[in-house]
Design a protein around this ligand. Sequence first.
Ligand SMILES: C[S@@+](CC[C@H](N)C(=O)[O-])C[C@H]1O[C@@H](n2cnc3c(N)ncnc32)[C@H](O)[C@@H]1O
Length: 251
Amino acid sequence: MRKLFIIGIGTGNREHVTMQAISALNQIDVVFIPTKGDEKAALAAIRHEICDRYISRPVEIREFPILQRNRETPDYRQRVIDWHDMIAQSYGKLFADMPDDANGALLVWGDPGLYDSTLRIVESVKEQTGLAFDIEVIPGITAIQALTAAFAIPLNTIGNPVTITTGRKLVSGWPDGADSVVVMLDGQKTYAQIAPGNIDIYWAAYVGMEQEILISGPLAKVRDKISAAREAARAEHGWIMDIYLLRRTSA
Ligand SMILES: C[S@@+](CC[C@H](N)C(=O)[O-])C[C@H]1O[C@@H](n2cnc3c(N)ncnc32)[C@H](O)[C@@H]1O
């Protein structure tokens, strides 16, 4: 039976790779690495380095192009569903080419369970193609853990819940019930569009990586500095990944 390891590799620091991930990497015959665009090229290079550094047996590395989303579909959810369907089809072809008893791997950024669709897509490959394969998931360090560690802060305040959300959702208002909000997947600088009173921000770009940038402070005071740093870094590297924690303060 074919087996597919879905391995969380952390967020760009080669030392985020866990012992469990290294053990899985050394059981595989083929690694599938997605490519395309500046960001994907940088992330593909890190995946290659992880393979070179941690795999000590012969392994085939198969790159494949990630198809781009059709930006013309008006509904966001439908756009994502269609895009995942397209990716599922290309995964289906890749997996079908694996020998029956081979082990394959997808190296997922951060943890496969957090804002990542690999697990959903792989399930739909099974449904669409009827291909049989086992799946084993190896957890990884998430951007949230890298963020809180970089600032040496706890994620939550004592006894309180935390909301994890996207820039797209934050635009419509502060989530109910939490004093700590983690925002991911925000290409629109949503922190600069909300009322900044009584909020501290802990912002990190490329967290854990060589290019890491960290800025924190009262939102009203540092939001312009963050926007300037974000734009400069994006221009310099051609891509950016950032994450932030917003914390309501009592004063
Ligand atoms: C598609 S999600 C993947 C999340 C990933 N599965 C995880 O566990 O962190 C991509 C988002 O994660 C955040 N992210 C991932 N890696 C990051 C990094 N090294 N620095 C800053 N943000 C990062 C950003 O908010 C980015 O938009």
